[in-house]
Design a protein around this ligand. Sequence first.
Ligand code: XMP
Length: 558
Amino acid sequence: MPFPNSAQLRPMSTHSPAAGAVAHPTVLVVDFGAQYAQLIARRVREAQVYSEIVPHTATAAELAQRSPAAIIFSGGPASVHVEGAPGIDPDVYELGVPILGICYGSQLLARDLGGRVDRSGRGEYGRTSLRHTGVRSQLLGPVADEHAAGDARDRAGDERDEAASRRAAPPAESVWMSHFDAVTEPPAGFTVTASTADSPAAVIEDPHRRFYGVQHHPEVAHTPSGQAQLERFLHGICGINSEWTMSNVITESIEAIRAQVGSARAICGLSGGVDSAVAAALTQRAIGSQLTCVFVDTGLMRAGEGEQVTDTFRRTQGIELIHERAADEFFEALAGVTDPEDKRKIIGEKFVRIFERAAGGITDARFLVQGTLYPDVIESGSPTAAKIKSHHNVGGLPEDMTFELVEPLRHLFKDEVRAVGAELGLPPEIVQRQPFPGPGLGVRIVGEVTPESVETVRAADVIVRDEIAAAGLDGEVWQGFAVLADIRSVGVMGDERTYARPIIVRAVTSEDAMTADWARLPHDLLESISSRIVNEVPGVNRVVYDISSRSFGTIEWE
Ligand code: XMP
């Protein structure tokens, strides 16, 4: 049955605040192709200042239209000397808006304003000692990190020398670098406030025009004073107030949803994940009983997940919820299918059709609530991103769908969504839950998805997550889960020879799932995971640990 209305699907525009939302002082982060642009935007938000990412091709007039309180140029992989290297409309320097250039952004700013950028010796990668020149700096604070100064002292030898070298050495701190070009002469009007072995003008400042450039990356955790430097720029230099707080976000979102939906009805698909849960809770605060949620139980959920979602939403949130138990239909559709992309498509399509069927009963719904996040908005706007997997979530919308979208999270990063969820009173087991793919355990079984294989991987998954939590490592592991492989190996259990399938344990550290590395789990933790799995999960005789970084292996196996 098709959706019961004919309103056009009207996603909100990508770069403007939600209808009815209060405009906050905005920092525009110009993306020069670095993996760091999102991180910079998040760090700015951590300073309670609203930020958005914009492409470097935006004209100065387009940037000015957003009335930015400040502009930050991100790093990027190019060299300013290479033909076709990404640039910026030079009129941006005439807007009277403060600018901070980071890494490539600093080189571009220096080059555009008449300074010199050269290839520096061998380049600098990783932790680097940044030596303050002694010229008064607005950006750099007192040296917080004694590490670099300590290195100099260690080299100085005995205690008497230490006192002398402490007096003589200019303050230095440890920062994170990754560059081969460097600013060698600052443009007129700038002073050099810090340098490194390979970057004579590592920090440059023009307080008169409020233009600043740093060769290091203040946004990464490996630069201990980086957040303080960003906050000095935002609050001290640009005078921006801290008003991007989650309680303001909630109040404003509720007003925006009310203004958009009016007295109409809305539906929301709950997936069990954080995003749809928070979007639903926020919408419920705004329009109460005008919202109905639909939870499609695919049979591919983690242990206890279906009950947890229905219980939370029906009982503690008082939301009207339709629970569609559809496991049999999914298993039937997946019978004999082994190709990952086929599985994803089948699960995504089936999900939407069952959702449609359930929603068909709500004949007057005109709006569909979705938990689209800001990174999804940025990524879907990127024409160059190669498609690796067809992602399915509740947003796997068919083209013939005719709802107006309500997307209260489309300006938020994941950590902000969690904070909003906690403030709305959602329980920690929902708000802190690990990311989980829309196709569920279906893409954690290599080979055919059957009720038995799902049972096996589900039982192993609970063990992996429980053991990581019991070791107190939940906060450090972004995702930790089990994958069932479709190979067999010989083993021995008791006196019996076994020939069974292995479980692959995958645990990764990450900040945003864009980059991820395998988690260095302690050996005794790996041992308890392994022995519990082979002892408690029937049909598994071996456990292996995946040590692939996301630079070549995606987080999920399919
Ligand atoms: P990959 O496997 O691409 O995963 O490294 C990156 C992150 O995305 C999650 N993931 C999905 N999330 N629908 C989702 O909503 C999907 O189809 C999907 N596939 C992967 C994955 O768990 C990881 O956090």
